[in-house]
Design a protein. Structure first.
Length: 265
């Protein structure tokens, strides 16, 4: 039926051209003359080729569009997966800090978190405070996970001996980390709990010297005074306790330093 319609159109066009030629119409150009000399079958073949070329072009465009859509979908999936992983890391960090804050509240209100640490094969019971340590989260996933793992050994697993090499490895791998001050503080606390004072002192001193804005700096000075007091060095202990009261007046650590000073009198 399409062939008949197309043939009718072609015949009509040809008839119209014949009439115009007989009536003195303008001479047609070369392309029109060539088309006029084509048979119906030749015209049909030419139109079919044009339609086929157009169909192939559209099919190619659709294939490219489909490929682009798949690539966009894959990229979106990768982006969503990475966003999910980052959210999980941030949530774990947030949970840790919330737990730290909760335990710190208990410590400040008179409670204590204690654990038995082993030093040199001898067991000694010592208090390990779980402090509030707010820090700026790193965008390095490996760094976050390494710090998270070390802190978890202290707060959740209470595997203090294993936490020490974890924090040491963390500082070795990420010496410029935003968590470095906290890692030194934790190491100081862990060694202090073991009464390994020679190992604890450098970490407390590092926080005092290199991290002046740390919210645990006052506690580090206090711990240095308590170590001096435990070793019988009253004058050095008094100096540290007075430093806490002078630099952090009104703080919990200043109050504790005042009580320690009373014991030295």
């Amino acid at each position: 039926m399409k062939l008949m319609k197309l043939s009718g159109v072609v015949l009509a066009v040809g008839f119209t051209g014949l009439v115009m030629a007989q009536s003195g119409a303008p001479v047609v150009n070369v392309a029109q003359a060539q088309q006029g000399n084509e048979s119906v079958q030749q015209r049909l073949d030419r139109i079919e080729r044009l339609l086929e070329a157009r169909t192939q072009g559209q099919a190619s465009m659709m294939e490219q569009l489909g490929r682009l859509q798949r690539e966009v979908s894959e990229l979106r999936g990768i982006s969503e997966e990475q966003a999910y992983q980052l959210d999980q890391i941030v949530q774990r960090q947030r949970d840790i800090y919330q737990e730290l804050d909760r335990v710190s509240q208990q410590v400040r209100s008179g409670g204590a978190v204690s654990g038995t640490a082993t030093a040199g094969g001898a067991g000694s019971s010592a208090e390990i405070e779980a402090p509030s340590l707010p820090v700026t989260l790193s965008d390095n996933v490996g760094e976050n996970e390494a710090y998270d793992r070390a802190v978890r050994l202290v707060l959740q697993d209470r595997r203090y001996d294993q936490a020490i090499p974890e924090f040491q490895a963390f500082l070795s791998n990420y010496p410029n980390s935003s968590y470095a001050g906290n890692a030194h503080y934790w190491l100081g606390q862990l060694f202090y709990a073991q009464e390994a004072y020679d190992q604890a002192i450098p970490h407390f001193q590092r926080v005092v010297r290199d991290f002046p804005d740390s919210n645990k700096r006052a506690d580090c000075i206090l711990k240095l005074g308590m170590i001096a007091q435990a070793r019988g060095n009253a004058s050095e202990a008094r100096r540290f306790f007075e430093q806490v009261r002078s630099e952090y007046a009104g703080s919990t650590e200043a109050g504790m330093a005042g009580r320690q000073l009373e014991q030295l009198r």
